[in-house]
Design a protein around this ligand. Structure first.
Ligand code: PHE
Length: 376
């Protein structure tokens, strides 16, 4: 049967234009059947991917309803309107159903993502490396803490110090060789009389003048000498100073105090030992060692690596405060006496943690410091 003339007059390829008689899909039942099939597929789509497939099959270019729509063009004029309405409404229902299901599935997906990808924002971040306080800071604090536990106060003084406090008040003569011995950094201009303090001992005089007697102060701080940087020297280092002035203090108090500090730093039973020495600001003066906490002084073969087999480890200097220092600070040495000591914080940290090279302490490699954990 010849096909009816096209309303628009444009010729169509015979393959693409199903003849009306061969298009039962344009019957009410046919169209309803397509709609039903489409609605079933849409309703049955479990997720957005399945819905996409359903859309392609039932509303795509090659879907039965699209083909039916195209077939309308081939109908004779009077039937066109009715068929157009029938198919148009059918496609409308399918598109509405698609839109509704799309909305439902998107909402479901969003809800699922909220659950599946939920993040607990209160969990501590694991990947960001935690900062740590430097092992020297912590060691100096530990040392000062041990003194505070004995009832002492913590004092501080300036790093750029008056020569008078660094030397004169401490009984160094103007041309005392110790002034050179100390390898001092002098600060310009020379007539200002300023140095980078070569030890924490100037805070002895400052504390005596500021706080008066009786006095028990521990002074952690940065100190400077013109040393080259190597495994055992650094031009910028730290000391802990101790000064006790009271009535009736003796060297026994000094020894007992050092024993307590040694124990606090290196473990129970660690004692100190004094060897005669000279400092202008103490009389008598001594170098002090602490008992090697590895071999405890017992001879071992091979010799202990920590103390070199001597059983003792050098720690610092100490002594009874020279009366000239007390007088320079307005304290009556007939009534008040006392003792002082000073030791390196670097050395203390190195022995506490088995650090072999002092440069590790100052090079600033975060991986080095991270080993010591987070101490508050
Ligand atoms: N200030 C001395 C030094 O740096 C140590 C010391 C302190 C000695 C207190 C005696 C008393 O070497």
């Amino acid at each position: 049967m010849p096909s009816a003339p096209d309303a628009g007059g444009s010729p169509q390829h015979p393959d693409e234009v199903p003849s009306p008689t061969a298009a039962p899909e344009l019957s009410q039942e046919g169209v309803d059947g397509h709609v039903e099939a489409a609605l079933a597929a849409i309703g049955g789509a479990g997720d957005l991917d399945e819905l996409k497939e359903a859309r392609l099959a039932h509303a795509g270019d090659r879907s039965p309803l699209a083909l039916a729509n195209r077939a309308i063009g081939a109908l004779p004029g009077p039937e066109k309107a009715a068929a157009g309405k029938l198919v148009g409404q059918a496609r409308g229902r399918v598109n509405q159903a698609l839109a509704r299901r799309q909305q439902e599935l998107e909402a479901e997906r969003d809800e699922r993502i909220l659950v599946e990808e939920a993040m607990d924002l209160t969990v501590a971040p694991g990947r960001r490396p935690l900062g740590r306080r430097h092992v020297l800071t912590v060691t100096a604090e530990r040392m000062a803490d041990a003194m505070v536990a004995l009832g002492w106060e913590v004092a501080e003084g300036p790093q750029v110090e008056a020569e008078w406090f660094n030397f004169d008040a401490l009984n160094f003569d103007k041309d005392h060789p110790a002034r050179q011995m100390q390898d001092t950094f002098f600060v310009d201009p020379a007539k200002a009389g300023l140095v980078l303090r070569t030890h924490t001992s100037p805070v002895q005089a400052r504390s005596l003048l500021d706080r008066g007697v009786p006095l028990y102060v521990a002074v952690p701080g940065k100190t400077f000498r013109t040393d080259e940087l190597d495994a055992t020297h650094t031009p910028v280092f730290h000391q802990l100073e101790g000064l006790a002035i009271d009535e009736g203090l003796t060297m026994a108090h000094l020894k007992g105090t050092l024993d307590r500090l040694a124990e606090a730093m290196f473990g129970p039973g660690t004692v100190s030992r004094l060897r005669p020495a000279y400092f202008p600001f103490t009389e008598p003066s001594a170098e002090m060692d602490f008992r090697c906490f590895v071999c405890r002084g017992e001879a071992t073969a091979p010799p202990c690596r920590t103390c070199g087999g001597t059983g003792w480890i050098e720690w610092g200097g100490c002594g009874m405060v020279n009366h000239n220092v007390l007088r320079a600070c307005g304290v009556d040495p007939e009534r008040y006496q006392g003792f002082a000591f000073g030791m390196g914080v670097e050395r203390t940290a190195m022995f506490r943690h088995g650090i072999a090279d002092m440069r590790e302490l100052i090079e600033g490699d975060v991986r080095f410091n991270a080993q010591f954990g987070m101490e508050i």
